[in-house]
Design a protein around this ligand. Structure first.
Ligand SMILES: [Zn+2]
Length: 66
């Protein structure tokens, strides 16, 4: 399923906090994870973040399968 990153992305998903299927706002965040100082290497990982519009509970999951 291909999604575009247009504006508001509302999806009905299960909220573990509400224990219900609720409307979620879904977005993608790029988080920079810094490694040890020795190797000034930064990895940027995309995370899919969904926020329950009922209670504000957020879940995030890494989109890259390691
Ligand atoms: Zn909720």
């Amino acid at each position: 399923m291909a999604t575009t990153d247009d504006s508001f992305n509302g999806m009905t998903e299960h909220c573990e906090s509400c224990d219900l299927d609720t409307l979620h706002e879904v977005s993608v965040q790029i988080r920079t994870e810094s490694r040890k100082e020795e190797n000034a290497q930064f990895s940027r990982e995309p995370y899919r973040v969904s926020e329950c519009q009922q209670c504000g509970h957020r879940t995030s999951q890494r989109m890259n399968n390691a």
